[in-house]
Design a protein around this ligand. Structure first.
Ligand SMILES: Nc1ncnc2c1ncn2[C@@H]1O[C@H](COP(=O)(O)OP(=O)(O)O)[C@@H](O)[C@H]1O
Ligand SMILES: [Mg+2]
Length: 210
């Protein structure tokens, strides 16, 4: 299955989510191929740290600053994760065109909800000629962890009401552990298995890969 982690905005958590999912899937014994199409190469950077530190399990990584590489296997039994943003428009459109599903991490703000709405129309353009459309999923990332902040609930409600995309009811909070683990080449649950970030992430991963 080819899963694209995408959004129009930067900083929504695409690379963080793609990396954590890649590690998690590898740990479940899956063959994982991650494709980094973002010229920022964040996923490749964290991959390099993991390799240098010789952390197991590993997964396969390909990268391109343009379109999908020629050597990319179109038909594969591997779990493919593609990390891509609008900085690489060619790669972005090509990834949308081959995706079985597209997962959109959305920070809890009105601007991000609008941007998700706009993304839906881009996806529908990029997949217009396809008979079988990709499944579209979104979830709140970087949710406020203070109770009393209403923005997260409001953004989630707005996403729930968007047509054509399904809201996954599993939020990731704004938690330091996502940044800290990433900089060490680890998935959140590897660095702090009993932490809140780990619990939130594994819950999300299990819903995504039932
Ligand atoms: N749930 C989260 N909690 C805290 N920090 C996060 C979370 N998700 C992402 N970040 C941080 O936000 C920044 C942007 O995330 P990144 O995954 O690089 O986004 P993108 O790939 O969409 O540009 C990074 O510094 C990352 O560590
Ligand atoms: Mg990124």
């Amino acid at each position: 299955m080819i899963t694209v982690i995408g959004s129009l905005k930067g900083g929504t958590g695409k690379s963080t989510v793609a990396f954590n999912l890649a590690v998690w899937l590898a740990e479940q014994g899956k063959q994982v191929l991650a494709l980094d199409l973002d010229p920022q190469e964040t996923l490749s950077d964290v991959y390099d740290i993991r390799e240098e530190e010789e952390i197991e399990p590993t997964f396969e990584l390909m990268k391109s600053k343009g379109g999908i590489p020629k050597s990319f296997p179109k038909k594969t039994r591997k779990q493919v994760l593609i990390d891509v943003g609008t900085a690489n428009m060619k790669g972005f459109k090509e990834a949308l065109a081959i995706a079985h599903r597209i997962i959109v991490p959305v920070p809890p703000s009105q601007a991000d909800v609008w941007s998700t709405q706009r993304f839906l129309s881009i996806i529908s353009g990029a997949t217009a000629s396809r008979k079988k459309k990709p499944e579209l999923l979104c979830f709140i990332n970087r949710a406020d962890t203070h109770i009393g902040v209403r923005e997260t609930d409001e953004a989630e409600q707005a996403l729930f009401q968007l047509d054509g995309i399904k809201l996954i009811p599993a939020r990731l909070g704004q938690r330091t552990m996502f940044r800290r683990s990433f900089s060490e080449g680890c998935a959140v649950y590897e660095l702090e298995p009993s932490g809140k970030a780990a619990a939130e992430f594994t819950r999300l991963a299990k819903i995504l890969y039932k």
